[in-house]
Design a protein around this ligand. Structure first.
Ligand SMILES: NC(=O)c1ccc[n+]([C@@H]2O[C@H](COP(=O)([O-])OP(=O)(O)OC[C@H]3O[C@@H](n4cnc5c(N)ncnc54)[C@H](O)[C@@H]3O)[C@@H](O)[C@H]2O)c1
Length: 357
């Protein structure tokens, strides 16, 4: 497996784990969990930034739950947005939802959003087109035909699909070299990560341009390959499926399952990803747990060969100086101190918000 070198060092600026990109590249700095905290989540403005800049104009197709939230992110970054739906009235409803979601009903943001009832009109002059119509493949393919027919020849075209093969949409558009996935999470203006899905056919530079645009808007993008569920939904839905199984087997009530996730491993997930947590816990421990779970709960818990390989090589994580990440010198001690500080701050903020259920 690919090992990440120079990973957790306890210095937020220097330790942005780039993550393993599908092509094996680790070139972009996305500020993964270990270094979270420097940027405000959501649609931060771009004033004073000297790095990446947002796209000059955007069309968002579908003004529902996701479309209006995505449109808000760009408008809040100063980007003119054409927000399209089946009718201009539905598109106006999307713009109204943006206005209602803004703490101060900021007119400068809302005024940058133009509702339209027609895809051809929406995509005219757009540097970036984002499709966010319902998860219905036949519907999406019709919409993608229209996008392909009318979008400018140099526009980057993105789908917010949660699960579909981006290649099917790219084919419908007739422009595979310009199509990629852009998987946002709800609410789009608050959840920092956007998965950027790199297809085999997308031309060099498109993915990198999107990463720059998102970074300019205060987002924390990460790259995935074009596989079912990408990374986020693959992991999230593995948990959801197991939660339903626990419920069906009477292991706990729905309320207790939610409380366990919120208050235990889920409590850490806002700050740490699975590999960071596993390296600090001990990969030998994780392997032993998985071996037992596989024996008692079945093959879906089978220990993955790359975990077997690491433990067989004596790479147990922070305690052995290396696991998924490298842990030279004092890094493990510093990372544990950093973890305790972060989690204490998280606990305090939850308590302060009165949300500790
Ligand atoms: N809801 C989520 O949490 C979430 C998260 C990530 C990704 N997604 C994905 O985002 C996409 C949109 O999901 P949503 O939850 O926003 O759905 P939604 O139903 O809330 O919104 C879809 C919008 O698309 C519009 N629409 C339908 N046909 C259209 C057409 N031909 N032209 C233009 N607009 C059209 C609908 O009128 C509606 O306003 C789906 O692919 C979904 O899987 C959803």
């Amino acid at each position: 497996m690919t090992r990440q070198t120079g990973a957790p060092q306890g210095n937020p600026a220097a330790n942005r784990n780039p993550g393993t990109t599908p092509g094996g590249g680790t070139s972009h700095d996305v500020g993964a969990g270990w270094s979270a905290g420097a940027e405000a989540a959501g649609d931060a403005g771009t004033a004073g930034r000297t790095g990446p800049v947002p796209p000059r104009s955007v069309a968002v197709i579908g003004a529902g739950t996701m479309g209006h939230g995505i449109a808000r992110v760009f408008a809040a970054g100063g980007v003119p947005v054409r927000l399209a739906d089946r009718t201009v009235e539905l598109a106006r409803a999307g713009r109204d939802a943006i206005a209602a979601s803004l703490p101060e009903r900021d007119a400068t943001v809302v005024d940058l959003v133009t509702p339209v009832g027609d895809i051809a009109e929406a995509v005219t002059g757009a540097a970036l087109v984002i499709e966010a119509v319902p998860e219905d493949l036949a519907l999406k393919q019709v919409v993608w035909q229209a996008i392909g027919a009318h979008a400018p020849r140099d526009a980057t075209l993105a789908s917010n699909t949660s699960s579909y093969d981006i290649g099917l949409l790219a084919t419908a558009a007739g422009a595979p070299a310009r199509v990629l996935g852009m998987h946002w999470y709800n609410p789009a203006y608050l959840v920092p990560c956007v998965e950027v899905v790199r297809t085999a056919a997308v031309e060099p530079g498109r993915v990198e341009a999107v990463l720059g645009w998102l970074t300019a808007l205060g987002k924390r993008p990460a790259v995935t390959a074009n596989t079912a569920g990408f990374v986020g939904n693959r992991l999230q839905f593995a948990m959801v499926a197991e939660a339903f199984r626990c419920l069906a087997e009477g292991v706990a009530t729905a309320r207790d399952i939610d409380a366990i996730v919120r208050g235990s491993f889920g409590f850490r997930l806002g700050d740490y990803g699975p590999f960071e947590i596993a390296d600090l816990a001990g990969l030998d421990v994780y392997r032993a747990i998985l071996d037992y779970l596989a024996e008692h709960l079945g093959e879906r818990f089978a220990t993955p060969p790359n975990l077997v390989e690491l433990t067989a090589a004596g790479r147990y994580g922070a305690k052995s100086g290396g696991g998924v990440y490298e842990w030279p010198g004092e890094t493990a001690r510093r990372a544990r101190a950093d973890r305790d500080r972060r989690l204490a701050a998280r606990l305090n903020s939850i308590d302060a918000g009165g949300q500790n259920r």
